[in-house]
Design a protein around this ligand. Structure first.
Ligand code: HEM
Length: 166
């Protein structure tokens, strides 16, 4: 009885979560190979861009990155993924203060992106404990952003000071 309830609730949660992850990237039922060319895959996500600027590798610390969370009128909005910093300013409707994905603005929230989580405690740069499937989701986001946003720099945080070794 308990097991049955757990399985029922587990499925009830897992199915929407998987569907959501699927919709984020594809939003279309699989199309047989021979029909793929006739019927381009339509996504709810913005299309890749052809006019991206050459990537820059200007160094920013995580502290410096906080400036770019869109809270100052007219300032740029940056989102970092796996240390790569993307300029998402033109999507202020999504990343600006109070908007759906503002949690990722002005920081490297790689772990949360991998986990498909919007919880503030997950929006951190250290993604070292992600499992294989969350790593795949994170890498998909990195590639999604790379095709849509200009790269303006990289995160170069000084290594954390371990006070026990001082
Ligand atoms: C009920 C849950 C959700 C719905 C209905 C939803 C829906 C959407 C839609 C419609 C877009 C396209 C938005 C646009 O381009 O304006 C989008 C983009 C996006 N979603 Fe979600 N989403 C959900 C949950 C999540 C979660 C949990 C995450 C956490 C990682 C997430 C991360 C993103 C990101 C990073 C984008 C890309 C925005 C961009 O730069 O174009 N979403 N979502």
């Amino acid at each position: 009885m308990v097991l049955q309830t757990l399985v029922t609730y587990g499925l009830a949660l897992a199915i929407p979560a998987l569907y959501l992850a699927y919709r984020h990237f594809y939003n279309s039922p699989p199309v047989p190979a021979q029909r793929r060319e006739e019927r381009p895959v339509k996504s709810i996500m913005q299309a890749p861009r052809e006019d991206l600027a050459p990537p820059k590798d200007d160094p920013y610390t995580l502290e410096e990155l906080k400036e770019y969370d869109g809270s100052k009128p007219g300032s740029k909005i940056y989102v970092a993924i796996k240390g790569t910093i993307f300029d998402v300013t033109h999507k202020a409707d999504v990343y600006g203060p109070g908007r759906s994905y503002s949690i990722f603005a002005g920081k490297d929230g790689s772990k949360g992106l991998g986990m498909s989580s919007l919880k503030p405690e997950h929006a951190v740069a250290d993604y070292s404990d992600l499992n294989e499937s969350d790593m795949k989701v994170l890498n998909d986001w990195h590639s999604f952003f790379s095709k849509r946003y200009n790269i303006v720099g990289k995160v170069v945080d000084p290594p954390a000071t371990d006070s026990s070794s001082l």
